[in-house]
Design a binder for this molecule. Structure first.
Ligand code: CMC
Length: 392
């Protein structure tokens, strides 16, 4: 049935055309809609970047005001949906709780499920951008047994998220503006990365004309894996383990290079970047600043820098072009901000949301789109005759 080529892991196969994000992996370049990532990280805000990714242009002041107001109108969760969180064990990892709640949006907001209706798609877009921070904060609150807070729409998206996460209903919560700014910037750095595993998942699920909420829920699940967004949690666990064993980075590197089962230098390597990940360079600088500002003299930062130094001068890593990726230093910042390790990948999901939405919408607007349906190389039996149970 025709000629089929095998490309395991899609190393060299484009699944679509896209005008959203450009990466040059050899040179370490990342641009959203043509704008270099360092300019966006330094000058823009997460909401502006979300607008840019989804609608293709930076917003004017009037467009940004309108976008912000529309999002603020949808930050509340349906009261019944809040009880949904009670169905999970308190010690659950927040990622499945968040992806389940996002999937449940399809059940609660049935007037925004039709992928062929631009108004419904727009409403689902705004609802997701507005509600994911609330869902993420509630997953955290549930895990620590604290009461949920209603969103406070006088605050910015990030300030509101920080308050709903760390605040208490009866107490005023002072948002540290530097923490809010650093978190906003980290969300920008995570906002899109072309056809990565979770974004490809969102496109594949969406290609069957599944609704936006359910497609994004699939992306959150793909993101959870430690080879993808789950790497930020895995890095911190690795650093903790090295510290517990006396902080010997050289010994750990030996285990990595000997390819001991399950031992990788987490936060290193990338399918596309064969040079320093431009996001990691920005995160490393921010880690220094935020940790200094919060007075978190984190021994783990020294271990991380030690690992990087060893890796960058070691033939194993040089030959394979392995450099720190975005996940290598982010966890240290999140931890200094007060987030438990298990929340790190949720923060990645908050950041990646506008990218997922932009790709889902771009796919539906592209007349060349077909349902995603890869082929295979069959390696099983040709044909054999059924054997009766008594004869097996
Ligand atoms: N530590 C040790 N060796 C590594 C690592 C690492 N982190 N990454 C790759 N290698 C080796 C790998 O063993 C292979 O060696 P060999 O040629 O001897 O077989 C070679 O480098 C090429 O690696 P690969 O696994 O074929 O590369 P890939 O493109 O399939 O995988 C990756 C990319 C990101 C999954 C991988 O580098 C990895 O597992 N890194 C650690 C997990 C991680 O940090 N993930 C976050 C990625 S960035 C942001 C995100 O997506 O969330």
């Amino acid at each position: 049935t025709g000629y089929v080529t095998l490309d395991s892991g899609f190393v060299n196969t484009a699944s679509c055309s896209s005008a959203i994000t450009y990466i040059d992996g050899d040179q370490g370049i990342l641009r959203y809609r043509g704008y270099p990532i360092d300019q966006l990280a330094g000058k823009s805000t997460f909401l502006e970047v979300s607008y840019l990714l989804i609608y293709g242009e930076l917003p004017t002041q009037a467009q940004l005001d309108d976008f912000t107001t529309r999002i603020q109108r949808h930050t509340l969760l349906h009261e019944d949906l809040k009880r949904f969180f009670d169905g999970f064990p308190r010690n659950a990892h927040p990622m499945p709780v968040v992806s389940s709640a996002v999937n449940a949006l399809s059940a609660y907001y049935q007037d925004s499920l039709d992928p062929s209706d631009p108004e419904q798609v727009e409403l689902a877009t705004i609802r997701l951008l507005a509600k994911l921070p609330t869902i993420a904060a509630y997953a955290y609150k549930k895990s620590v047994g604290q009461p949920f807070l209603y969103p406070d729409n006088s605050l910015s998206l990030v300030e509101n998220f920080l308050r709903m996460t760390f605040g208490f209903p009866a107490e005023p919560y002072e948002v540290d503006p530097e923490v809010a700014k650093a978190l906003d910037m980290l969300l920008i750095l995570h906002a899109d990365h072309e056809q990565n595993c979770s974004t490809s998942t969102v496109r594949l699920v969406g290609s069957s004309n599944a609704n936006l909420f359910t497609s994004i829920s699939g992306g959150i699940n793909a993101l959870w894996g430690p080879l993808h967004g789950g790497a930020n949690q895995a890095v911190l666990e690795m650093l903790d383990e090295i510290k517990a064993q006396g902080g010997d980075t050289k010994d750990f590197m030996k285990r990595v290079k000997n390819k001991e089962a399950g031992v990788k230098l987490m936060g290193f390597g990338h399918r596309v970047y064969k040079n320093y990940d431009p996001r990691a360079a920005i995160v490393k600088k921010t880690a220094d600043q935020v940790l200094a500002k919060l007075g978190a003299n984190d021994e783990l930062l020294d271990i991380a820098k030690g690992l990087e130094e060893v890796a960058l001068s070691d033939d194993y890593f040089i030959e394979r072009k392995l450099y720190p990726n975005v996940d290598f230093y982010t966890g240290l910042i999140y931890r200094a901000m007060g987030f438990p390790t298990r929340m790190f990948t949720v923060l990645f999901a908050l950041g990646r949301l506008p990218g997922w939405i932009a790709h889902w919408r771009e796919m539906h607007e592209d007349p060349a789109t077909k349902i995603g349906r890869p082929r295979q190389i069959y390696t099983g039996y040709t044909e054999r005759n059924f054997v009766d149970l008594s004869a097996r």
